[in-house]
Design a protein around this ligand. Structure first.
Ligand code: SF4
Length: 215
């Protein structure tokens, strides 16, 4: 499928990306500020259920103290708990990021889905987001924004993120997969927000099922 309700799928993604960048969506700061694959992996894992701005602030604090995977692998769990205080489930995540650091300092950041999800605390979404954003793999990491917006638009009609991923892989051509997460997340952080989406200024409202049903 190349279009949805007459609008090219690539244009939908470009519009989302344009608005996200124009409105300074935090997601576009991640690569610039985290820089290397290990830091992006830790950021993505820590950001689950925590806003990107908050997670960026906490990651900067963490990586100022522990600059490399090798350094973090030798950290004391109690100190990490304090450093990452503010992210959801920080107590559980502290031990996990030390274990991830140990693995990465020995073998590097995994480049396959199968190896990535063996890391503690790394699930399907984190693995796919990192593989697409860091290594340019053709995958779709479905987070809360992508799940919500693709259902609002009517691109999918799903209850669970796993089903959304499955469905989106049928809707979008493979060459666009790696762009999907960042475009939708940027849009979700700025225009199609969870509460009070800015439908009146949204250029996608003509093709949106939620808009058609609500206004
Ligand atoms: S019209 Fe509203 S609900 Fe639909 S994509 Fe735009 S902001 Fe989101």
């Amino acid at each position: 499928m190349e279009a949805y309700k007459g609008m090219k799928l690539s244009s939908i993604l470009s519009e989302m990306e344009k608005q996200g960048m124009k409105n300074r969506a935090p997601v576009f700061r991640i690569k610039k500020e985290m820089k290397d694959p290990f830091r992006i992996l830790i950021f993505t894992m820590l950001s689950s259920r925590t806003k990107d701005n908050k997670t960026l602030e906490i990651c900067k604090r963490l990586f100022l103290r522990y600059k490399t995977a090798n350094a973090l692998s030798k950290a004391k769990e109690n100190e990490i708990k304090k450093l990452i205080f503010g992210v959801a489930f920080h107590n559980q995540k502290a031990g996990r990021i030390i274990k991830i650091a140990k693995e990465v300092s020995k073998k590097g950041v995994p480049r396959t889905f199968e190896k990535m999800i063996k890391l503690p605390g790394v699930g399907r979404k984190t693995a796919n987001v990192v593989l697409a954003s860091v290594f340019g793999k053709d995958t779709i990491g479905v987070d809360v924004h992508l799940h919500r917006i693709s259902n609002r638009l009517g691109l999918v009609n799903t209850k669970k993120p796993e089903k959304t991923e499955e469905r989106l892989k049928k809707v979008f051509p493979k060459r666009l997969w790696k762009k999907i997460n960042i475009s939708f997340v940027g849009y979700g952080q700025t225009i199609c927000r969870p509460v009070n989406p800015k439908c009146n200024i949204c250029k996608l409202n003509k093709i949106c099922r939620y808009f058609a049903q609500s206004f």
